[in-house]
Design a protein around this ligand. Structure first.
Ligand code: ADP
Length: 223
């Protein structure tokens, strides 16, 4: 199924990219703009297909993860680089706050990056001004990462449902921002496979804070 859905779309995206790169000197500005729309739409559709496939695999208990020691500071830096163009475009400060030393965590690095990218991208998406702060802290045998924003927040009535698939707090806003309401459903189910946990606190008009708890790799005791 994954192959059937992804392959034709990869072809559309591949040919669009090829046209943009090789034929661009011969295309009019309008044609170039139209190709840009095809490319944007294609990428949005690829994201949606990937999310639907992830969710159905998670619900069928068929998604496999491979947990290894991961350096969270590196993952967070990669996430920052991905989201920083959108943050600077909106004038939002994006900061990472790390303690002097942070234990490695046991996680599937790609899946961990996916969860954090979703949280940070949402924080930027639903914040008009202020800060998105990503703070990591070491606890006894766990490490927490909190993504806190100064954005619109989530109404109390919506908060208990925010991790349900296809759930969006404000459908009008969601249409403006894009997205299908699947990111958080996946971001909450994935940690279950890695002995982690995702929780949320939010105040409408003040902001939201999503906290991901992951198992720390504690050094063996010296004898
Ligand atoms: P979407 O693709 O719609 O963003 P998500 O599952 O990632 O899907 O999020 C679901 C909904 O949760 C969003 O549409 C939004 O209403 C709400 N939400 C998520 N993150 C935030 C946030 N940081 N601040 C306010 N609302 C949020």
């Amino acid at each position: 199924m994954s192959h059937e859905l992804r392959t034709p779309l990869q072809a559309v995206l591949g040919y669009t990219e090829f046209l943009l790169a090789s034929a661009s000197p011969r295309l009019t500005p309008e044609e170039l703009e139209d190709l840009g729309y095809i490319q944007q739409g294609g990428h949005r559709m690829l994201t949606l297909i990937n999310q639907l496939l992830d969710l159905s695999r998670l619900e069928a208990g068929r998604l496999e993860v491979s947990c290894k020691p991961v350096d969270l500071s590196q993952t967070l830096e990669e996430v920052r680089q991905d989201v920083s163009p959108q943050a600077s475009q909106k004038g939002i400060e994006l900061k990472i706050i790390l303690p002097m030393s942070l234990p490695l965590v046991a996680a599937d690095s790609e899946r961990l990056r996916q969860i954090l990218l979703n949280l940070v991208a949402n924080a930027v998406k639903f914040t008009d001004q202020g800060t998105v702060a990503i703070r990591a802290l070491a606890h006894e045998d766990r490490v927490s990462v909190t993504v806190a924003d100064t954005g619109i927040g989530i109404p109390p009535g919506e908060l208990p449902h925010i991790f349900e698939a296809f759930r969006q707090a404000d459908s009008r806003l969601a249409r403006r921002h894009g997205g299908a309401g699947l990111g958080l459903a996946i971001a909450q189910k994935l940690p279950d496979l890695m002995d982690g946990q995702l929780t949320v606190e939010s105040q409408p008009g003040q902001g939201s804070a999503f906290t991901l708890m992951m198992p720390a790799i504690t050094r063996p005791q010296a004898r």
